[in-house]
Design a protein around this ligand. Structure first.
Ligand SMILES: [Zn+2]
Length: 352
């Protein structure tokens, strides 16, 4: 900062910290020593080390107050004169933070950086945190949440299945076999449920391993291999604990909201609602699709059956554009259908 040389002495009001009376003084700094002198005769009132003083931060507005080590204060009435004097005679330079605060550009850059950091934290940090936290949650919590959620879903959207008993038995046996093939080492716990639904053809998995397949989906696809492919996707959500991870994410967000707005809601009571309302992330759907491919290949089912599945579902959605209250389903196709279809097609190509 250059300009006309500031006078070595600056006029200020001095409060000694004991009386409320101020007196006019002149401030100067030479070789690390601060000197206060009387304006009328130049007599030295006080001397102290530059290091012991607390100099004010430069702000756009507001007073400039210098604090002395013994509690005394110096007040500058002429802010511009103080800033010019400080720039010329004080040895310390302003930090970049203080300089940035002076300019709108600096403030805007800081704001943009803040938004960027929050976006990165939300996009990448949150899922990583959720994965870590979810791994600390015992599986029994997943099971309790799943049971609770199923009871609520049954109460609202589901009726007992009307699929013939032999169809149910055939699909269960087929799925048990496929599970054995896909998990030869350690079989995860799972439970396949059939339900008649008010939400049309659908399938979803709950934390803890309960998978619900609607009668409407079984009838619509009319192909056991397709049902296996869909279940392979759903068991992927279960074993990768997407439900719990999602809950942890929502919990972290809710915690942040609580801190921000002082609203302390209970996650446990809202968890089933959140599970039902929120769709899995694109990443989770992609992982479940990849899981489905491995699951089908373990039972020598061509991944092409999922191409057929998506095409059937697309045709169905065109005829009946019904919105589903259950976001966590295979139908809530987060990544574009075409993207998912081409992945299954590529997997089939690689297998052949
Ligand atoms: Zn899914």
């Amino acid at each position: 900062m250059t300009g006309p040389a500031a006078p070595t002495m600056l006029a200020l009001r001095y409060f000694d910290g004991r009386s409320s009376q101020s007196r006019d003084v002149l401030l100067s700094v030479t070789q690390g020593t601060v000197r206060l002198t009387q304006p009328h005769d130049g007599a030295v009132l006080r001397e102290c080390a530059l290091q012991g003083m607390r100099w004010p931060e430069r702000t756009a507005r507001g007073a400039r107050m210098v604090e002395l080590p013994d509690g005394g204060q110096l007040h500058a009435d002429d802010i511009a004169a103080y800033d010019a004097w400080a720039a010329a005679w004080l040895p310390h330079s302003e930090s970049w933070v203080v300089r940035a605060q002076q300019s709108w550009r600096g403030v805007l850059v800081a704001l943009a950086l803040l938004v960027g950091v929050l976006t990165v934290a939300y996009q990448w940090g949150l899922p990583i945190v959720a994965r870590g936290v979810a791994s600390l949650v015992p599986l029994s919590v997943d099971e309790a949440l799943g049971r609770n959620a199923l009871a609520q879903i049954d109460g609202s959207w589901m009726k007992p299945s009307k699929l013939p008993a032999d169809t149910q038995a055939r699909l269960r046996a087929r799925f048990d076999q496929a599970m054995q093939a896909a998990y030869p080492q350690r079989l995860p716990s799972y439970k396949l449920e059939f339900r008649q639904s008010t939400i049309g053809p659908n399938a979803f998995a709950l934390p803890g391993g309960t998978m619900v397949m609607t009668d409407e989906l079984v009838k619509l696809v009319n192909d056991d291999d397709v049902v296996m492919g869909v279940l392979g996707h759903e068991i992927g959500h279960v074993t990768l604990r997407h439900g719990m991870r999602q809950l942890v994410q929502l919990g972290v967000l809710q915690g942040v909201m609580s801190i921000a707005f002082g609203d302390y809601g209970s996650l446990i009571t809202t968890a089933p609602l959140l599970l039902g309302a929120a769709a899995y992330s694109r990443e989770a759907e992609r992982e479940a699709d990849e899981h489905s491919i491995r699951f089908m290949q373990a039972s020598s089912i061509s991944p092409l059956v999922m191409v057929k599945f998506f095409q059937t579902m697309q045709a169905e959605q065109k005829t009946k554009s019904k919105s589903t209250p259950l976001g966590i389903s295979i139908i809530s196709t987060h990544p574009a259908d075409e993207e998912r279809i081409s992945k299954f097609r590529a997997a089939a190509g690689a297998a052949n």
